[in-house]
Design a protein around this ligand. Sequence first.
Ligand code: SAM
Length: 232
Amino acid sequence: YFFSKFFFVRAMSEEELYERWVRLVRQLEREGIIKSKRIKTAFLKVPRYKFVLDRYKHYAHVDEPLPIPAGQTISAPHMVAIMLEVADLKEGMNVLEIGTGSGWNAALIYELVKRDVYTIERIPELVEFAKRNLEEAGYKDKVHVILGDGTKGFPPKAPYDRIIVTAGAPKIPEPLIEQLKVGGKLIIPVGSYHLWQELYEVIKLDEKGRIKVINHGGVAFVPLIGEHGWRE
Ligand code: SAM
């Protein structure tokens, strides 16, 4: 009796978390932030509450960033949706994410490309946090979390169709352009202030590394810290 009661309560709460999540996804769709069916499907498949600390699970459906360990954040759902819409991911694309954080965005990317995703994080505690979240959510062999400085990219799996940076850079890191395929895209917040940037869509035009930049407007990310980013 006790066991079944315990189980019932837990099951209810997961159901409620998911119900709230579905409501947020529908709201983002109504607001025109989630535009494509594929991104909606990915959001429904990978709810944010699976990637936050226990004490924040009840806030996972609130459209704001939330704290994760080491003073970092999991981005707001609308921000993640905007970046994924700009990234225009297709099945089979080779994607590098920089700034793993909780692992949530990397799991969403997996759902959109359906092939192994590589993601780099500079803080060891977050590498562990993300790996745990990804394993529990069923992405252990699908999303590969690498400890390192993502401003240098990840040459072993280059060239990439897409590179998605989820921290704010002072300028476009040169190695990331080098590691893109021609026609590939880099999505990156760039700005001269630590916590205020503009979201750039950078398209690599040719082998010489010429680029075209489309500015998608103001955003606020934690700083990208590394050799081709901010100094610590
Ligand atoms: N995409 C994450 C998610 O889904 O939870 C949120 C990312 S959080 C806004 C930014 C992350 O970038 C932080 O975890 C931070 O430690 C990481 N970061 C900052 N500079 C980095 C660098 N040079 N290389 C890799 N990760 C970096």
